[in-house]
Design a protein around this ligand. Structure first.
Ligand SMILES: [Zn+2]
Length: 343
């Protein structure tokens, strides 16, 4: 959500950005993870191109591995060509949204109560809108940055980048020529923590490792039958029991080294004792507030059922419950575990 109220006189970029974000949201770029149903990236990338071309940019449109998977690149030359280029990158796709779940239509880009509303407003058409606004302002006002800026608007971030950044670095490394640094999504969640003297301190966390991820599908097989009879092999019942057990299972606490380091640093800042071996570690973590859910997920494996589907008629017991269950399973104990740390 981007706020529209500013206390000072807005710059050209600031004046533009709300409109840009709202317009970006109106492109339904839902990434379903399925090539057949993912949509909108091409149209959105072409629109971004038009916004940049309008102020004089030359743009490069590239489809990354499949029709419609649109990406857009533009470069603004800097004063010193010997310095490495800085890339600013954002993704144009969003995760799907069910309009019935929303108080405003998720692809309306409505501007209400001082906010821009819709799918992608915080992930990440907000930043994409800011990138376009800044790129337009620099070009229009003849601002020459110290070094080359490369603006990249990418497809398929929400489903792993196979048809986006991954394809591009493999097949079009020329688009990244001279780039030595890049700034993209989630540059810094800050965390305000209480200090022992009653004051507060803001911490900026740096990711030092990533949690692994596994998706699973569970299938229960039973015996088909009529819903009105006695039935001991109902695939839906078997499946529901398994899903309930997996969904409520608590995996054992495992504190990887990187997480232990974070806990030590957080303890020094807050005066709280985050002893990794304490049986009440999670109780203490809760005092960190909203971030506790994230840090807590680095302390153990997690498994969450996310999709359920079975049956085709209300009075028929199906033979199988399939596809039935997809889980995000995150082996924190693996060497590549997620561990935010203080900076
Ligand atoms: Zn994102």
């Amino acid at each position: 959500m981007a706020t529209t109220s500013r206390a000072h006189q807005p710059s050209r970029a600031e004046a533009e950005v709300v409109d840009l974000v709202s317009r970006l949201i109106r492109f339904d770029t839902s990434n379903t993870g399925d090539l057949a149903t993912t949509r909108g990236e091409k149209e959105c990338a072409e629109w971004v191109a038009s916004q940049l071309q309008e102020v004089g940019y030359e743009t490069t449109y590239v489809e990354s591995g499949a029709p419609g998977r649109g990406n857009l690149f533009a470069r603004l030359p800097g004063a010193d060509p010997d310095r490495g280029a800085l890339m600013l990158h954002g993704h144009l796709d969003v995760v799907p949204a069910e309009p019935a779940d929303w108080s405003v239509h998720p692809f309306s880009g409505a501007v209400e109560d001082g906010y821009v509303w819709g799918r992608g407003a915080v992930d990440m058409k907000d930043m994409v809108g800011m990138m376009i606004a800044v790129a337009r302002r620099f070009k229009a006002e003849g601002i020459v940055p110290p070094r080359d800026l490369v603006f990249a608007f990418l497809a398929d971030e929400e489903a792993g980048g196979t048809y986006g950044s991954h394809w591009l670095v493999q097949h079009r490394p020329d688009l990244f020529d001279g780039v030595t640094e890049a700034v993209g999504e989630v540059g810094g969640f800050s965390l305000t923590v209480p200090r022992p003297d009653g004051t507060e301190r803001r911490l900026y966390m740096v990711e030092t490792a990533e949690k692994g991820l596994g998706w699973m599908r569970l299938t229960a097989k039973g015996r088909a039958g009529h819903g009105s009879f006695l039935h001991e092999e109902n695939a839906v019942t078997i499946l529901a029991q398994a899903v309930a057990r997996l969904g409520t299972h608590t995996f054992p606490l495992v504190v990887p080294d990187s997480v232990a380091e974070f806990l030590t640093a957080a303890g020094e800042e807050t005066g709280l004792d985050f002893d990794p071996t304490s049986p009440d570690l999670e109780g203490t973590l809760a005092k960190l507030g909203s971030i506790a859910r994230i840090v807590g997920a680095t302390l153990r494996d997690t498994a969450n059922p996310t999709m359920l589907d079975a049956g085709y008629k209300a009075n028929v017991i199906p033979q199988t419950a399939e596809p039935s269950w997809t889980a995000g399973f995150s082996p924190v104990a693996a060497p590549s575990s997620n561990a935010p740390s203080t900076n």
